[in-house]
Design a binder for this molecule. Structure first.
Ligand code: PRT
Ligand code: ZN
Length: 283
């Protein structure tokens, strides 16, 4: 039987979440820190553990059929691959930052200045788009110390909490690109039945992550108003309780409007509200 290969980060910020996602998809595999490759025992997939920088090219060249990697790395390597699914983790923003005492206020103030970055390709495109000529200094790590060392006037680096910028006396100046982990595939692989099956499982896991299972009790007189607030996957389940005129309502709500809905439900007369995580939603 055909087996596909998926490349994920060996260690680093995306490793744990990538492994967790595949395991939540029901794949059984050993995840020894020392191994470079492992095979799922219950799904036709081999997992390759690589440096994230190598993943886009491996997938483009078909050494791996699939990969999980940050959008920033894909864009920087300028490969031709197929985006299969945004995964919602590893979120960050590539930003230009300047020293707190910098006089620059608008992007055009960077004209003729130097910017240190590990993302010269993305940065160059951004500067071209904004018609700014700056001197890009490519360095491979610790970009944030460049201005302090007199190496550059500004930096362009990945930011998530912003604390690295702050502790180096830098302030965010412009957003260059947003990024998150993406499932990519070799061009043409999207129609492969194994990919279709894996993608379905991933989408079920992602859908479940963004929804909660809610159970609540209410007097039947409040039911219409409560049901109007709770669309459910199909429609909510309503079960009579032992106490006359009381019912339990079971439904699923999106995490995004969770607090909003819970507070409204309480105000309408919902009681004993239970909110539970959902493992998977089969679409
Ligand atoms: O060894 P390998 O080459 O595989 O890993 P790596 O060291 O190149 O990458 P790694 O593990 O640091 O990051 C992998 C991916 O995670 C990146 O390509 C991004 O898509 C994503 N990601 C999400 C981040 C961050 N958040 C992040 N905060 N990547 C890097 N950072 C760094 C950033 O470079 C800066 O030094 O964290 C610092 C800033 O963080 P804050 O929280 O202080 O703003
Ligand atoms: Zn890397």
């Amino acid at each position: 039987m055909e087996t596909l290969k998926i490349a994920i980060q060996k260690s680093g910020r995306l490793n744990e979440k990538s492994v967790e996602l595949l395991k939540k998809c029901g794949l059984n595999f050993d995840n020894y820190k020392s191994s470079l490759m492992t095979t799922a025992s219950n799904f036709p997939l081999e997992i390759l553990f690589l440096r994230d920088d190598d993943i886009p090219e491996y997938v483009q060249d078909g050494i791996a059929d699939l990969g999980i990697v940050g959008e920033n790395v894909i864009d920087e390597t300028e490969v031709s691959v197929t985006y299969l699914q945004r995964l919602g983790f590893g979120k960050c923003t590539l930003k230009i930052a300047v020293p707190a005492d910098s006089k620059a206020t608008i992007l055009q103030d960077l004209e003729g200045k130097s910017i240190a970055t590990s993302y010269p390709v993305i940065l160059q495109k951004f500067l071209d788009k904004n018609k700014v000529n700056a001197d890009i200094r490519t360095i491979s790590g610790s970009v944030e110390i460049a201005p302090g060392l007199g190496l550059s006037d500004a930096i362009c680096d990945i930011v998530s909490t912003g604390s690295t910028l702050k502790s180096n006396g830098l302030i965010p100046f412009a957003d260059v690109a947003k990024s998150e982990a993406i499932l990519i595939g070799m061009n043409g692989i999207a129609k492969n039945p194994i990919v279709i099956e894996l993608l379905q499982r991933i989408q079920s896991v992602l859908k479940a992550q963004e929804t909660k299972y809610v159970v609540l009790n209410t007097d039947r007189k409040n039911l219409d108003e409560i049901l109007a607030l709770l669309p459910g996957v199909k429609s909510p389940t309503v079960v009579p309780l032992a106490e006359e005129n009381w019912v339990a309502v079971h439904t699923v709500i999106p995490e995004a409007d969770f607090w909003n809905k819970i507070n409204k439900l309480k105000a309408i007369g919902a009681q004993g509200i239970l909110v539970m995580p959902i493992e998977k939603i089969i679409l």
